[in-house]
Write a protein of this length. Structure first.
Length: 257
């Protein structure tokens, strides 16, 4: 048996992202979206989601390259003066692992983001993390602990099978294989939670076009597959600045029937 779930990340980042999520759910194949609770258009995303009974919304936990909820005063060791997390994912990973002060702030922010999601009144369908930061074992542990308090039942594990990507004609690197192997640790930490058998969107992040989806679908393994996307109806200034090479509009169009 094969089950395919199409999801959207960065819900709440901009209104063009929110509009794409709404349209792709009403007119296309999108059934799942992950909300950035501290993002500029989060309130607009929540308003739209409440009018979309067929959209399952989860938390897109932001702990790198994005806005924090608690701000720099509460998170002086892990955010800049503007309250944003650094784009240096490796550097933050080291802090999260080795610094007790950073870990205290990390836990507070994770719990605050789950609490903020609960405050929206939306049912918590799932959780994942921006740039898959929950592959970090410290982040994963805190995320799962906080999530369970809020009724978390499902977690994305970004396990993209290298053999399938090779069959799609992609060059599979040692890093791709190492990342796939590393996801086994998160799978162990997530015991008791529902997880997809495989997830696609890593190799083609920002470029999950209609042509690539068409190529991928016949090659999907058995089980539950999540294909995640970054749709938007337009490339507004924020998206151009944050993700200069992403094909947001093409990804949106790929989700429409």
């Amino acid at each position: 048996m094969r089950e395919v779930i199409f999801s959207a990340d960065d819900f709440g980042l901009t209104e063009s992202v929110n509009e794409a999520v709404e349209q792709a759910n009403r007119q296309g194949r999108l059934t799942q979206a992950s909300l950035m609770v501290a993002a500029p258009a989060a309130a607009d995303a929540v308003r739209r989601a409440k009018a979309l009974p067929g959209l399952n919304v989860g938390l897109h936990l932001v702990l790198v390259d994005g806005d924090s909820l608690l701000g720099h005063e509460r998170l002086p060791h892990i955010t800049g003066p503007d309250g944003r997390f650094s784009t240096d994912q490796a550097g933050l990973g080291v802090k999260y692992f080795f610094s007790p002060a950073a870990r205290r702030e990390l836990r507070a922010e994770i719990e605050a983001q789950f609490a903020a999601f609960a405050a929206t009144g939306l049912p918590l369908h799932h959780a994942d993390a921006h740039k898959h930061m929950h592959l970090h074992p410290t982040v994963a542990r805190m995320m799962i602990e906080a999530g369970r308090k809020h009724g978390l039942k499902r977690l994305r594990i970004p396990a993209e099978p290298p053999a399938v990507m090779a069959a799609c004609g992609e060059t599979v690197s040692f890093g791709d294989r190492a990342l796939y192997a590393w996801t086994r640790l998160l799978r162990l930490q997530a015991r008791g939670l529902e997880v997809p058998d495989q997830v696609f969107g890593i190799k083609w992040s920002g470029h999950m076009t209609r042509e690539r989806i068409k190529k991928l679908l016949p090659l999907l393994p058995e089980g539950r597959t999540e294909i995640y996307t970054h749709p938007a109806t337009a490339r507004d200034d924020a998206l151009v600045k944050l993700m200069p090479d992403y094909e947001h509009v093409a990804e949106f169009e790929a989700l429409l029937k």
